[in-house]
Design a protein around this ligand. Structure first.
Ligand code: ADQ
Length: 469
């Protein structure tokens, strides 16, 4: 049996320092089983990148880093990945910044990476590629004769056909996506979009078994909602909050990367409407918004930062008093254990993205709650998580009145209803945690029909680079 090979833009750190939560937790066991390998970009760029992968050994798996020149990395990562694909996939076609050097860099990086991987993998290894930074990888690997099963998971949304077509290389990109043996997305919503994209752009046919027939091949597609280590996060919140006093006023909390897809200005507008409409809550509630800046080198991200600062200042100026600051705004990332405690001690979790693949904060907020006195989740209908979490208060984040009413409902919700809603959400999450997500995806990928190594032996010409396992 071959190895599991994970490929993502960013690899886990070599010393395990950033393991907590997220993908590493999900994949550690599967990687450890067969001497797995995780391939990702080196954290630092260099003018003289190594001509091969740079290996580091960890007890559970190996990490192989590929090095890139600073200019190439910038055009591939900040350029094509985050100034073309990210806005397009999040429906913000107005923010797409088309530069031909971005697309060139993207394809160059993926092609270079494919060559490094092809030298490393065997036909019976299973390759799992993550996210929009690396969409053409299967195409490049197959061109090099790699025979392994290759799966892809898109963490962000897949938009509808018309929005997808705003990406300058849309036909090409759809073709690249269809070269994977398995393509996974977060939600039924995105699965529907994928079927439409394959149908209209590639003349794909939906088969009775749910797969797509494209160009004489069968592409397995599926919806695999990502989750968190639910029990682990609950423990973190429980243990961390012993002896921590609750906040002086009931707290609303928002935790997000500072990104235009997260709907932060709209959230503040909803809170402002709430305060304007319900003066009885003045001095009786506070909003804590934690939003560390990301991708600061991209103009759209600088703009959202100053917009948010202005809005928070306006609300505090309009409603604040000497003793009361309605919005507390922190620009830093906080350690996971601190976040878990803050979630547990907040009466309302505000998760109101305009478009989000899943949104793990929604799941972390629920996992962190005290089941005997839980808080209430206010969740955008446009977060992937809304498909699974219908017991949250579902809102339209574009409508400040709707958000304001949900905040009031959440603050006034009786204990019995809070407990009931939370129980339903928690029971679902506990069953559908991150381990469930990764094992479902890998089982599906493992069951994809491929030519086995015994057949390869009979056709040596197929083994261009498929070294014996
Ligand atoms: P993101 O957009 O980064 O990821 P989200 O799911 O909201 O995703 O959060 C990711 C993690 O970052 C969470 O664990 C959260 O606690 C942490 N985080 C956010 N803000 C933080 C802060 N201020 N301090 C510390 N930690 C913070 C993409 C997609 C999502 C999808 C995930 C996983 O955009 O839709 O859910 O991948 O697939």
């Amino acid at each position: 049996m071959g190895r599991l090979v994970i490929v993502s833009n960013r690899a886990p750190s070599v010393d395990g320092a950033n393991d907590s939560g997220g993908l590493v937790v999900a994949l550690k066991d599967a990687l450890a089983r067969n001497g797995g390998l995780w391939i990702g970009c080196a954290p630092e760029q260099t003018d003289t990148p190594a001509a091969s992968l740079v290996f580091h050994h960890r007890p559970e798996f190996d990490i192989a880093l590929f090095e890139l020149e600073p200019d190439l990395y910038r055009d591939y990562y900040l350029g094509y990945s985050n100034s073309v694909l990210w806005p397009a996939l999040h429906g913000r076609v107005d923010l797409i910044d088309v530069q031909s050097r971005y697309a060139t860099a993207y394809r160059k990086v993926v092609r270079r990476l494919a060559r490094l991987i092809a030298d490393e993998v065997s036909a019976d290894d299973m390759i799992w590629v993550h996210d929009y930074h690396l969409i053409p990888l299967a195409h490049e690997l197959k061109a090099l004769g790699v025979m392994s099963r290759i799966g892809f998971f898109l963490h962000v949304p897949l938009p509808d056909l018309q929005t997808f077509k705003a990406i300058p290389d849309w036909q090409d990109l759809a073709g690249c996506l269809a070269e994977y043996d398995l393509v996974g997305v977060q939600t039924q919503r995105d699965l529907g979009h994928m079927i439409n994209i394959f149908r209209h752009i590639l003349r794909g046919e939906l088969r009775a078994n749910g797969n797509m027939g494209i160009d004489g091949r069968e592409v397995v597609i599926g919806c695999f909602p990502i989750s968190i280590d639910v029990r682990g996060f609950r423990r973190l919140a429980e243990e961390g909050s012993v002896n921590v006093p609750p906040p002086a006023l009931p707290r609303l909390i928002g935790v997000d990367r500072l990104d235009y897809s997260k709907g932060l200005p709209q959230r503040l507008a909803g809170y402002e409407t709430f305060l304007g409409r319900y003066p009885g809550f003045h001095n009786k509630v506070g909003l804590l918004q934690i939003a560390p800046p990301t991708r600061d080198d991209v103009e759209a991200y600088r703009a959202i930062r100053s917009e948010l600062e202005q809005l928070a200042g306006r609300i505090n100026g309009r409603f604040g008093t000497v003793d009361w600051t309605p919005v507390q705004y922190i620009h830093r990332a906080l350690p996971r254990d601190e976040l878990a405690v803050l979630f547990r001690l907040s009466r309302v979790g505000l998760v109101t993205p305009l478009f989000d693949g899943m949104n793990l904060v929604a799941k972390e907020y629920v996992a962190a709650q005290d089941q005997n006195d839980p808080g209430v989740l206010v969740l955008s209908q446009f977060a992937g998580a809304a498909e699974e979490m219908s017991q949250a208060l579902i809102v339209n984040p574009h409508d400040p009145q709707d958000v304001a009413e949900a905040i009031r409902t959440a603050l006034e919700m009786p204990l019995g209803e809070r407990v009931e809603r939370h129980r339903a959400l928690y029971v679902h999450l506990e069953k559908h945690d991150i381990a469930h997500w990764s094992s479902t995806f890998l089982k599906r990928l493992g069951s994809v029909e491929k030519i086995g190594p015994e057949w390869l032996a009979l056709f040596p010409e197929l083994q261009v680079r498929a070294k014996a396992g």
